[in-house]
Write a protein that binds this ligand. Structure first.
Ligand code: S3P
Length: 453
């Protein structure tokens, strides 16, 4: 696996204006779900625009190991699913590599099957809490036959003969936990109810409805969502066009904002309102981001983003916004390092349990490169330096097997006075394999550190 290979350092240097057009790869959340639901549904699912990153490909391998047929023909992925309720026991452990979404959603999907399934992953994934998914599964009758201390991977699940439908209030803002319970409900008789006090990305609900699941959402007067799903129905294969990932678009977007003179267009970006918190925040900071050609494709809003270099100002980002930009805080912190004044980010507790402790990793990388910042329990305050004077030039930033930490600090180096180095770029392939080529194609000066002169 890639994490056992030698680290691949990289360096980013102050760049001339970024120019041109880019298309970011398919949305990671939708790509995982396309493989899962296609692999489960009856009949054929056809997918274009799929993110072919390591995380998603592992979800595809897991679905194959449980009986789905998946092949690529030309630009299209073609899946013949097993039919709902008809997954097979895999012969060996399912290896999810670095992928929290793939592993947690699959635990839900297979947890209620009367079979044994073992989940393994890399050092980052093994350090992440799985109890948040195992707790509701236990309530449905799933046995955790073995797990590493603290309900961590490697772990083995055994489902009951007949799972019990539950009503579950999701205790933290997590689309993965919500989704795991909804997927467990697919193989459970009766109606399972998931209560979501704070709305998170809604791809599971939308896509399951598209595949024919009996699922309804009611939002009460306090904004709390009640999701009702009836299990054991038929799911039918679909045609899916995966839009570009806003969480990947965030990197060229912030790069263009901070590199003077830049003017770029990023095409075909998913604009689902549960995913656009970063754009809103950057606009509040004074960013020149024009949302163009807004259109609806396959039930999702997509648009092109024209982004021009802007002098940013610090703002306070309220905690309520965190779910709609949870993966974008590392790169927002980089944008804040070039803004005038202080940017205060609140409600960041979930950042501590991502691919790395992202709050600590971002603060450490910023400090190494001369940025004045304060890390609280669930907050980060960054005091920016317009034009990046004096920034950069630190030792290699520790990326802790975290793709978004790696990409964020490479973006930082494009506008800092001195270069920014990272210890390992290998994990970028989990979500954005084209990152280096796409960025250098826009004019970014990013190199493998051993090649850099
Ligand atoms: C995801 C949900 C989020 C996000 C992750 C993708 C999903 O995780 O960070 O990258 O596809 O459901 P949490 O549910 O842990 O917030």
């Amino acid at each position: 696996m890639s994490h056992t290979a030698a680290p691949q350092p990289a360096i980013a240097r102050r760049s001339s204006p970024l120019r041109g057009e880019a298309r970011v790869p398919g949305d990671k959340s939708i790509s995982h779900r396309s493989f899962m639901f296609g692999g489960l549904a009856s009949g054929e699912t056809r997918i274009t625009g799929l993110l072919e990153g390591e995380d998603v490909l592992r979800t595809g391998e897991a679905m194959k190991a449980m009986g789905a047929h998946i092949e690529k023909k030309g630009d299209e992925w073609i899946i013949r699913g097993t039919g709902n309720g008809a997954l097979l026991q895999p012969e060996g452990p399912l290896d999810f590599g670095n992928a929290g979404t793939g592993s947690r959603l699959t635990m839900g999907l297979v947890g209620t099957y009367d079979m044994e399934t073992t989940f393994i992953g890399d050092a980052s994934l093994q350090s992440r809490p799985m109890g948040r998914v195992l707790d509701p599964l236990r309530q449905m009758g799933v046995q955790v036959l073995s797990a590493a201390p603290g309900d961590r991977m490697p772990l083995t699940l055994r489902g009951p003969k007949h799972a019990a439908p539950i009503t579950y209030r999701v205790p933290m803002a997590s689309a993965q936990v919500k989704s795991a319970v909804l997927l467990a409900a697919l193989n459970t008789p009766g109606i399972t109810t998931v209560i979501e006090p704070v709305m998170t990305r809604d791809h599971t609900e939308k896509m399951l409805k598209g595949f024919g699941a009996s699922i309804d959402v009611e939002t009460d007067e306090r904004g709390v969502r009640h999701i009702f799903i009836e299990g054991q129905g038929r799911l039918a294969g679909q045609t899916i066009r995966v839009p570009g990932d806003p969480s990947s678009a965030a990197f060229p977007l912030v790069a263009a904002l901070i590199v003077p003179g830049s003017d770029i267009v990023i095409r075909n970006v998913l604009m689902n309102p549960t995913r656009t918190g970063l754009i809103l925040t950057l606009q509040e900071m004074g960013a020149d981001i024009e949302v163009q050609n807004t259109r609806n494709e396959g039930g999702e809003d997509v648009a092109d983003l024209r982004v021009r270099h802007s002098q940013l100002k610090g703002v306070t980002v309220p905690a309520e916004r965190a779910p709609s930009m949870i993966d974008e805080y590392p790169v927002l912190a980089v944008a804040a390092a070039f803004a005038e004044g202080e940017t205060l980010m609140q409600g960041l507790e979930e950042l501590r349990v991502k691919e790395s402790d992202r709050l600590a990793a971002v603060a450490a990388g910023l400090r190494l490169n001369g940025v004045d910042c304060t890390e609280g329990e669930a907050t980060l305050a960054v005091r920016g330096v317009p034009e990046g004077k004096g920034l950069g030039g630190g030792e290699a930033v520790k990326t802790h097997l975290d793709h978004r930490i790696a990409m964020s600090f490479l973006v930082m180096g494009l506008a800092s006075e001195h270069p920014v180095t990272i210890d390992d770029r290998a994990m970028i392939a989990t979500s954005f394999p084209e990152f280096m080529d796409l960025m250098t194609g826009l004019g970014a000066r990013i190199d493998a550190a051993d090649k850099a002169a």
